[in-house]
Ligand binder design. Structure first.
Ligand SMILES: [Mn+2]
Length: 287
């Protein structure tokens, strides 16, 4: 019997060969407008089965067994239970799959802070339309709207956020009072790439799909017009490639995709983004 694995790119799971481990986290309890991001991990994996193994942009061909896809993480409704659950699960993941790179498929964006708490990167690069710098939102510190703020409270040194175009008054006051987080608007790509070039050491990447313009990424929970385009992300990956090991990317997440049942291009874009990100990490320009 010939069966198609229900894994990223439909690659066979191989614990020995795997360099990347994918953990799907179908959690969306604090979504402000409406839930739906819980559907994203399985839709991204479904779409990925149609994505080429080969990245012509990075000239990288994904070997068989290179990516190991875990089953979905169990989900608790309340963030008070879910955030520690993610933290503990990531600790277990590091023990079971040491020295790999880790890919997390959200789910809402609040999944990132418990991940970075465990992975302990020096730098965090975030793509997001929103500042996510609220102290509290709708009664919880662990809302998707507080994600960047929580990461800034950890032992991180630099947090670059690109694509930002929605920040509230309270967030702006907080932003002015600190210098760990640097926000870049969609039209500040050169400044963002310049700042990126100065980072070195362990780095984590978090991609909230609402950083992209609604014309190419309408399937998000909290859409904002005026976002970045695909080429902007590719320009970012060019810098990742040129930096090679000097910017050591420990892992990344893709969050806030809220699939539209009858429209499948957003999940194809997210699946392709995961592939291109892996390809860029694996294929430095000078090789
Ligand atoms: Mn966002």
């Amino acid at each position: 019997m010939e069966l198609l694995p229900n894994t990223f790119l439909a690659l066979p799971n191989d614990k020995e060969k795997a360099k990347y481990v994918v953990l799907p986290i179908p959690y969306d309890s604090t979504a402000s407008f409406k839930p739906g991001a819980r559907e994203a991990p399985r839709r991204i994996i479904w779409a990925s089965k149609e994505v080429e193994f080969y990245s012509s942009i990075s000239d990288f061909n994904t070997p068989s067994g290179f990516v190991y896809t875990l089953d979905e993480l169990t989900v608790y409704r309340d963030s008070v239970d879910m955030i520690p659950h993610i933290r503990e699960s990531v600790s277990e993941l590091l023990k079971e799959f040491p020295k790999r790179k880790y890919v997390f498929l959200g789910g809402e964006h609040s999944i990132t802070s418990p991940i970075t708490e465990v992975l302990k990167p020096k730098n965090v690069i975030i793509f997001d339309a929103h500042g996510d710098m609220r102290e509290l939102y709708e009664g919880t510190k662990y809302s998707h709207a507080c994600n960047t703020r929580r990461i800034s409270e950890q032992n991180t040194e630099n947090i670059l956020v690109y694509g930002v175009r929605a920040v509230c008054f309270e967030e702006n006051e907080f932003y002015e009072s600190q210098n760990k987080i640097k926000l870049f608007k969609p039209n500040e790509k050169e400044e963002f790439l310049h700042a990126l070039n100065k980072l070195s050491g362990p780095t984590y990447l978090s991609v909230d799909m609402d950083a992209f313009d609604i014309s190419i990424m309408p399937a998000v929970g909290t859409p904002e017009p005026g976002g970045i385009l695909w080429q902007d992300y590719m320009d970012f990956l060019s810098v990742v490639k040129s930096r090679g090991k000097s910017m050591d990317i420990l892992g990344f997440d893709v969050a806030e995709l809220m699939p539209i049942p009858t429209f499948h291009s957003p999940e194809f874009m997210a699946a392709r983004l995961v592939l291109e990100t892996i390809a860029a990490i694996e294929k430095p320009k000078d090789k």
